[in-house]
Ligand binder design. Structure first.
Ligand SMILES: Cc1cc2nc3c(=O)[nH]c(=O)nc-3n(C[C@H](O)[C@H](O)[C@H](O)COP(=O)(O)OP(=O)(O)OC[C@H]3O[C@@H](n4cnc5c(N)ncnc54)[C@H](O)[C@@H]3O)c2cc1C
Length: 379
């Protein structure tokens, strides 16, 4: 019998497990893979605050980044900052460190065990796991679904599902670059990225269908297959979930679609939400009350903070989907002046892109005509 069973040993699951274990509750993490952090399905670009939230060591840092270039048609917009705006991390090490810290705090972990079903009874939830061909039943007071974009927990408990799931395609390239490079891709309503690493760079893109992410990347990098050191994919859930708690269960991270819709970045929103879930869940356990009212506080806290940024992102994504390549080039052209570049360099924040809207429009009123399109390019 555990207080909390966490489905999924990714960052959101390990973060919740660590938080609950530190507060003295018994926690079990169940992870279907035999190794934490594998397979790798991330570019590992985060703001410095993500490392502070996770309590990561400096060993996970691969590169500190202060500049980016956005390319569109004949336009090139160079953004530079005196501060480190983003960090390229070793994502597998980041996940392993988080899981280890949860275990040090007292959480148990089962690797190579897949959650297959749930039943409720008067004393909580009975979760069935499949491990090495054996079926194992574990009882807990509460289940946390931190099981990623295709969440079984969300499906079994009839909770909100992503509006879209983008297929992402990435490759490690030997090409050395000094800054993050971004190509807006109106065709797929997403973008292609190139992120400098300690050696070479990571290139990738995502799409919900036609053209596929693989085709877009091949078009941008014609030498892709010859030069790539490794190629891998993954899923990015997009949407805004209203229904992420239920009696005895809550979702967090990608399973709750806590992902920035314009960039696909899920580590900052997922870890922010994970802290809110720990606060709400531990309070409901402390008071030994019916969880649901207190967990609604989790949903409210989420939707009034980082969730707001996701809602704005969804709105902009709709507009972005209607832009042509020519529109995009015009927006980049309008932004390509000293004042706007300075504003982006000083105020730009990959976790809070909406902070830029007002100052940019103020400095360049011509942008008003594109104001609603603006943020999509800068996240
Ligand atoms: C190509 C790509 C690039 C990305 N780049 C970035 C980036 O640069 N920056 C950023 O912030 N975000 C990025 N993201 C998003 C980021 O990777 C996710 O938001 C993040 O991994 C979400 O963490 P999570 O813990 O919610 O889910 P996950 O990391 O998906 O972890 C879920 C875990 O649950 C396990 N699981 C699933 N089902 C079961 C089950 N039934 N039983 C047991 N275990 C189960 C899985 O094995 C997995 O380990 C990227 C995503 C992709 C696909």
């Amino acid at each position: 019998m555990y207080d909390v069973l966490v489905v999924g040993g990714g960052p959101a699951g390990s973060f919740v497990a660590r938080g609950m274990a530190e507060k003295g509750f018994s926690v079990l993490i169940v992870e279907e893979h035999r190794e934490i952090g594998r397979p790798l399905q991330c570019s590992g670009l985060v703001s410095p605050r993500v490392l502070d939230m996770a309590g990561s060591s400096r060993r996970v840092v691969k590169k500190k980044l202060r500049s980016a270039i956005v390319y569109s048609g004949s336009e090139e917009l160079l953004i530079e900052s005196g501060d480190v705006k983003a960090i390229a991390i070793d994502r597998a090490m980041f996940d392993r460190e988080l899981a280890s810290s949860a275990i040090r705090a007292g959480a148990d972990i089962m690797l190579g065990a897949r959650v297959v079903s749930f039943e409720k009874d008067g004393r909580g939830m009975i979760t069935t796991l499949s491990s090495s061909g054996e079926k194992v039943k574990v009882r807990s007071r509460f289940v946390v679904g931190a099981d990623g974009a295709s969440s079984l927990v969300a499906r079994r408990f009839d909770m909100d599902r992503p509006r879209e799931i983008l297929g992402a395609f990435q490759a490690q390239s030997p090409e050395e670059v000094d800054e993050v490079r971004i190509w807006p891709e109106p065709e797929s309503s997403f973008f292609t990225w190139q992120i400098p690493l300690d050696e070479g760079s990571l290139i990738g893109t995502a799409s919900s269908g036609d053209p596929s992410a693989q085709d877009i990347l091949k078009k941008r990098f014609s030498e892709l297959e010859r030069h790539s050191l490794s190629i891998y994919g993954g899923s990015i859930p997009i949407g805004y979930s209203r229904n992420i708690v239920g009696p005895g269960v809550a979702l967090v991270g990608d399973s709750a679609v806590q992902v920035k819709p314009l960039s696909g970045g899920g580590l900052y929103p997922g870890l922010s939400a994970a802290q809110m879930l720990v606060d709400a869940l531990s309070e409901s356990f402390d008071k030994d009350k019916e969880c649901l009212p207190l967990l609604s506080a989790y949903q409210r806290a989420w939707s009034s903070s980082v969730g707001k940024e996701i809602k704005n992102g969804m709105y902009i994504r709709k507009i972005y989907a209607r832009l042509s390549e020519k529109d995009m080039e015009k927006i980049i052209h309008e932004l390509n002046n000293e004042n706007s570049r300075r504003i982006i360099g000083e105020i730009g924040d990959i976790d809070h892109p909406s902070l830029l809207a007002r100052p940019l429009v103020k400095s360049s009123p011509k942008l008003l005509v594109f104001a609603r399109h603006l943020l999509g390019l800068l996240v």
